[in-house]
Design a binder for this molecule. Structure first.
Ligand SMILES: Nc1nc2c(c(=O)[nH]1)N[C@H]1C(S)=C(S)[C@@H](COP(=O)(O)O)O[C@H]1N2
Ligand SMILES: [Mo]
Length: 318
């Protein structure tokens, strides 16, 4: 069901979930690095202070892992409760020194991620997900939501935020693993049904197949989604050999219906009913066009072999 996707959420990546025996009332956020203010104002921040001094808001945001693919749908949407990091800095009357150009976030598990200081207003500090306290897997007691960025910058179990120069800041774990340093969300479209490599019972002659999926443009709105399909011959499980990029020149794209149009920072859900003689092995693609003219990149592949990207599934109808 399309509506149930809204509830869907993906799993934690971390091998360890750090303990917070002090609970949410004992949680402290340390602001460090090239940050200046009166001594009392550099004291760690508590949740009680945030709640009593700042306007707590709800922010809907779709979290997307940089490694997500059609078959590994590490993407989910939720409503997060919190404040922005900038509001915390202003609440304390703090300012950063002129040599700072990075914000580095650190979780209790030792995970580190940073973004350029100029994008500070993308960072939210949140402690509720869909109205509930964050679960330990999703970052209890407090985590970061980084709009326009892949999951990598959405640091869970946040404890420390440091303002640093380019030379001082550490490379993200993901950057060290060879992922592109720029972790802004690229337009992406995934197909949820039919599932990758699934086998579906079909009927004789023409029938209608409903294809469903999601599309996401990060901090841009989705304009439209289109779908293409083609027969596949040969060993379909060797899916990497099935399309070399050339296929996009030979297929015709059909507009999908946007079932739920997401706003900025929120995914869209789409569907399309295609009438065809559905028998054999097929490959379906989906692509998205964003309002700012950006579109799914047909050539950009991620290290996991997925297309971030053009959605693609191969399935068999028997
Ligand atoms: N502290 C910490 N934060 C983290 C990670 C981590 O390993 N440790 N993984 C990141 C990655 S790669 C992703 S995709 C998201 C996943 O968030 P979720 O587990 O709430 O779905 O958390 C991010 N924040
Ligand atoms: Mo991720």
């Amino acid at each position: 069901m399309i509506t149930s996707w809204k509830e869907l959420f993906f799993l934690s990546h971390s091998a360890v979930i750090p303990n917070f025996p002090e609970g949410i009332s004992g949680w402290k956020l340390y602001l460090q690095g090239g940050i200046r203010g009166k001594e009392s104002e550099i004291e760690p921040v508590t949740i009680q202070e945030i709640i009593s001094k700042l306007p707590v808001r709800e922010k809907e945001f779709t979290l997307l892992c940089i490694g997500a693919t059609d078959s590994w749908s590490a993407i989910g949407n939720a409503i997060w409760t919190g404040v922005t990091v900038l509001e915390i800095i202003q609440m304390r009357n703090l300012h950063w020194t002129t040599d700072c150009d990075y914000v580095e976030m650190k979780g209790r598990d030792g995970y580190i991620a940073s973004i350029p200081l100029e994008n500070l207003d993308n960072l939210w500090l949140v402690w509720k997900m869909n109205g509930q306290w964050l679960s330990p897997e999703h970052g209890f007691p407090v985590r970061i939501i980084a709009t326009s960025y892949y999951g990598t910058k959405n640091v869970k179990w946040i404890e420390k935020i440091e303002f640093l120069s380019q030379a001082q800041h550490q490379k993200d774990i993901f950057e060290l693993q060879g992922w592109p340093a720029e972790h802004r969300i690229r337009p992406v479209s995934f197909i949820y049904y039919p599932g990758q490599f699934s086998r579906i019972a079909g009927s004789k002659g023409k029938s209608t197949l409903r294809i469903t999926g999601i599309a996401y443009c990060g901090s841009q709105e989705v304009q439209n989604v289109s779908v293409a399909y083609d027969r596949v011959y040969g060993d379909y499980r060797d899916w990497k050999s099935q399309y070399s990029g050339k296929i996009f020149e030979n297929v015709s794209w059909i507009a999908a219906e946007i079932v739920r149009r997401g706003t900025v920072d929120v995914w869209s859900l789409w569907k399309i009913d295609i009438s065809h003689e559905w028998k054999g092995v097929f490959q379906v693609f989906s692509k998205v066009q964003c309002v700012n003219g950006m579109a799914t990149d047909e050539t950009w592949t991620n290290d996991l072999g997925g297309w971030h990207g053009v959605g693609s599934v191969i399935f068999e109808i028997i």
